[in-house]
Design a protein around this ligand. Structure first.
Ligand code: ATR
Length: 278
């Protein structure tokens, strides 16, 4: 008997995740007999779990916190994006050889395009300088921003990312004066910090939103309405949460596993239903 095909999400700890809902919806919609499951993997089991992806029935995996860098030594090859970022969020089993990709970068870009958010030759202010922010920075620079302001509590971390994009990126203090002028000329403000994940905390002073042009978009990678998004909407600014990015990164992973175009409508519908059910 041929074992059922599988893909897994590797992370630790894995709380509730929307990915199984929309990945399994995609398999169903495409008529593929496969299942996506959560794999909460303690650090001592990471090597064995990644090695298990070489089995013939394994399509591959998504990788999330805290393993996006840690899986790299266990892989056979990396995409250019994954190598440049030093972070893998998708592993594809190519006949027993493991290839690492980063679909967070094109997933974010795809969601901006879908929302009609045009950042080409514009200034964007990004909050945060962790792993998520690295992907967002790469996507924004790839989409042609002329200025990327990286505002982070620990300014040295912002400076470390900015150093990759000389002439485009500049680090700043989110509570300082310099950011005010940048907000006034920004096409978008992107929250890539974890502030707002739980409760209504804001990653930036709410009054600072008044500095943004009325045409600006406030985008939060967190995929539910956050304090930041509510404050933006109440000021009449366009507010976009991170669910679309989550779906797009998942759809690109699914395409890499199956070699087929992702059934995006089915994935969206399942992701929205799963979020509402939480
Ligand atoms: P991820 O991989 O999800 O990006 P991370 O690498 O831990 O997670 O990064 C978390 C980001 O949220 C960082 O930019 C962090 O700021 P510091 O670099 O100064 O730590 C930011 N962050 C987390 N908690 C914060 C808080 N209470 N106030 C301000 N920024 C915070």
């Amino acid at each position: 008997m041929v074992a059922a095909r599988r893909a897994i999400l590797i992370g630790h700890p894995l709380g509730h995740s929307l990915s199984p809902a929309f990945q399994n919806a995609a398999f169903r919609a495409a008529g593929i007999d496969a299942h996506y499951a959560l794999a909460d993997v303690p650090p001592q089991d990471l090597a064995a779990t990644v090695a298990s992806l070489r089995a013939a029935n394994m399509l591959g995996a998504n990788v999330t916190v805290p393993y996006k860098q840690d899986v790299i030594p266990f892989l056979d090859s990396l995409s250019d994006d994954a190598r440049a970022l030093g972070a893998v969020n998708t592993i594809v089993n190519r006949a027993g050889r493991l290839h690492g990709l980063n679909t967070d970068v094109p997933g974010f870009a795809a969601d901006l395009r879908e929302h009609g958010i045009d950042v080409r030759e514009k200034c964007v202010v990004m909050l945060g300088a962790g792993g998520a922010a690295r992907g967002v920075a790469a996507a924004l620079v790839g989409m042609g921003v002329t200025r990327l302001v990286i505002a982070n509590r620990t300014v040295a971390r912002a400076a470390a990312i900015a150093a990759h994009y000389p002439g485009i990126a500049e680090p700043t203090d989110p509570g300082g004066e310099g950011i005010r002028e940048r907000l006034a000329g920004a096409a978008a403000l992107v929250n890539a910090t974890s502030v707002g994940l739980h409760g209504g905390d804001m990653p930036i002073d709410g009054d600072a939103l008044a500095l943004l042009p009325q045409s600006a978009t406030v985008y939060d990678l967190i995929y539910r309405p956050t304090g930041l998004l509510r404050a933006a909407a109440s000021r009449g600014l366009r507010a976009v949460d991170g669910l679309g990015m989550l779906i797009h990164q998942g759809a690109l992973a699914w395409e890499a596993w199956t070699g087929q175009p992702a059934p995006l409508d089915a994935m969206r519908e399942a992701a929205h239903a799963a979020r509402s059910a939480r």
